[in-house]
Design a protein around this ligand. Structure first.
Ligand code: FES
Length: 134
């Protein structure tokens, strides 16, 4: 007769699931989307991009790039049609003249009172990348 006394493996060590890993694998949860080349954007230019269901206005000021929601929070007007103030880092809605801070998405002047979303963009290898997907 054989007797098997030691029972088999129940859980040895390999934890393969988990939402947060401390490793440095670069694939995974954060995806980036290339919007355009940096040199396609003129200084002070605003350009609209549609990424998924998101309408985003991307503005270049010098070597910095900002991205906020393109839809004015007052009415459905595209902020990319507005004028950029490179000194104040704002964009002005063409319809009623609210200015939005490109860093925070907040309106600085009436009639808009609600902020628009802010998106994270970086410049990598000369490309403007939207971080975190959309
Ligand atoms: S639609 Fe933008 S301020 Fe009115």
């Amino acid at each position: 007769m054989t007797s098997m006394s030691s029972s088999s493996s129940s859980g040895s060590g390999s934890v393969s699931s988990g939402s947060v890993s401390s490793g440095s694998v670069s694939s995974g949860s954060v995806s980036s989307v290339e919007l355009c080349r940096l040199d396609e954007l003129g200084d002070g230019e605003a350009r609209r991009f549609d990424v998924g269901s998101h309408r985003i206005v991307v503005v270049r000021i010098g070597d910095d790039v900002y991205a906020i929601g393109d839809q004015c929070s007052h009415q459905d007007v595209s902020l990319s049609l507005g004028e950029v103030d490179v000194d104040d880092c704002t964009i002005e809605c063409v319809k009623h003249g609210s200015t939005f801070d490109l860093r925070t998405g907040k309106p600085e002047t009436l009639p808009a009172t609600q902020p628009v979303p802010v998106y994270e963009v970086v410049v990598r290898d000369g490309s403007v990348m939207l971080e975190g997907g959309a």
